[in-house]
Design a protein around this ligand. Sequence first.
Ligand code: CDP
Ligand code: CDP
Length: 223
Amino acid sequence: TDLKPIVAIDGPAGSGKSTVARAVARKLGLFYIDTGAMYRALALKARQEAVDPNDAPAVIALARHTRIDLSYDPREGTLRVDLDGRDVSQDIRRPEITEHVSVIAKIKEVREIMVGLQRSLAEGRRAILEGRDIGTVVFPDAYKKFFLDAACEERVRRRYLEMKEKNIPVEQQGVQNDIETRDRIDSTRACAPLRRTPDAVYIDTTRMTIDEVVAAVIAEINR
Ligand code: CDP
Ligand code: CDP
């Protein structure tokens, strides 16, 4: 096909971005980039180094001395996240990391570093990227942009089930608080806020299965 290089997926937590982007990547042979994993890796490092997420200058200094690598295996469809050469793919999903990631992701200088990394990872590739600012900032000229959404209760339900399946101890109320807090921080920050824009295909996934969303995204890409 004459598929152009970049597909952008944005949306709030639990809207299905990672699951859908991964499946689309496999089906269309695209390189998959989970940009949230990069912010999570830095949040993990801040915690390890006892850097206060609210201390922006300290977080920026830390970011400048941190190596974050994403390695996507297209055959397995798996993504490994390395922090300073160590595999942290599991650790970055822990609730105490999730809790602080949005505070770190507000910082403009941190975002500049991450966006640079994301662009160089995608360079010369047909790639699908998912996050909060892909269509607005990272690749404003993306071939296709999507905004995935779902009712808040449904996103909480999904994330809660996911954590239970992974045996990560959480309470429904805790997941709800986390999602509401991150939604608010991510969409009200000054730098690259999460925003639904008219050039993105909007998909309300509240009552859709993953397969239905994947099919809708692929149909739109092939249109
Ligand atoms: O998977 P989940 O939706 O819980 O979050 P994520 O995609 O792993 O992203 C974690 C956090 O990183 C988000 O809540 C944002 O604060 C931040 N993020 C961002 O600011 N910009 C991106 N492009 C991706 C993530
Ligand atoms: O990346 P994001 O935070 O947007 O969402 P995700 O991690 O892809 O999806 C969160 C959970 O919801 C996963 O366990 C998915 O399997 C599930 N999900 C679902 O049940 N129905 C959908 N239409 C999309 C995702």
